[in-house]
Design a protein around this ligand. Structure first.
Ligand SMILES: [Zn+2]
Ligand SMILES: [Zn+2]
Length: 265
């Protein structure tokens, strides 16, 4: 059977002009919201350059050390992300990986291993692929870091977390992830990046991070394609200077840069 052409077929998914990328660079410039963000949770946070973490993260720290997002989960990106997630639009994957890699490179930090957030077996069977694994593989290539989808195992599915309150959410997600048996002794002291498509409540990434810390993981980054903003978070002026320095980063240092070699992996 002849290979099906991708739905995109060379037209920008946003403006419809003929392009060599799924989303043309003019549309990326127009629609990507470049705001200073909390270094911990990636929510827009005007004081990021001075304070680093937003008040919510100061009050209750995420289990991961840093979150980096390429986009906000708002239209028109949210529509394209659904297309990528449910229709496996391969042309969008490359654009999304590039946007994520750009955002990650602005916050140099050590990463020894990239792990996608796994889907439950039922969800994987229903969808046929894990969109976070597609992003993680692309990032492994772009950033020259090792990547595997075997170190994290989802032991059961969870209801849609957005529909639950925070207590129910914690209960639903608790114990839903494990480390694959071969990997149990191999994560100690490692710096791991977790890849997910959308960061909303952070409950999933928190639960995985907590579990990985018990296995001795030393550093945890959350790399996401899009961050769901709080309702008022996008009301800040877009001309503010961004905070590009990560709290734990040594910019340009070989030991702390994403391009640095991990050991033993
Ligand atoms: Zn365009
Ligand atoms: Zn925060």
């Amino acid at each position: 059977m002849p290979r099906k052409l991708p739905a995109w077929s060379g037209l920008c998914a946003m403006c419809g002009r003929w392009q060599s990328q799924a989303v043309c660079s003019a549309c990326v410039r127009t629609w990507r919201i470049d705001l200073p963000r909390c270094l911990r949770c990636a929510l827009p946070w005007p004081d990021a350059a001075r304070a680093g973490a937003c008040p919510a993260c100061e009050a209750r720290q995420p289990e991961f050390d840093r979150a980096i997002t390429a986009l906000d989960y708002v239209p028109p990106w949210s529509g394209l992300i659904s297309r990528f997630k449910f229709q496996r639009d391969a042309s969008l994957r490359l654009t999304f990986v590039q946007l994520m890699a750009d955002a990650i490179r602005q916050r140099p930090h050590r990463v020894d291993l990239i792990l996608p957030v796994p889907l439950s077996a039922a969800r994987l069977a229903e969808r046929g692929y894990n969109q976070s694994w597609l992003l993680a593989k692309g990032l492994g290539q772009a950033l020259q870091r090792p990547v595997t989808d075997e170190a994290l195992v989802r032991t059961r599915g969870t209801p849609r977390l957005m529909t639950l309150d925070s207590e129910e959410r914690l209960r639903a997600i608790h114990g839903a992830f494990q480390v694959g048996p071969v990997w149990a002794g191999r994560l100690r002291g490692r710096h791991v990046a977790l890849v997910d498509d959308v960061l909303t409540t952070g409950a999933t990434l928190d639960e995985i991070s907590r579990m990985l810390r018990r296995h001795g993981v030393a550093g945890l980054s959350a790399w996401v394609l899009a961050r769901t903003p709080t309702p008022d978070a996008l009301m800040q002026p877009s001309t503010m200077a961004g905070a590009s320095e990560d709290d734990a980063a040594v910019p340009g240092s070989a030991a702390e840069s994403v391009g640095a070699r991990g050991s033993g992996l």
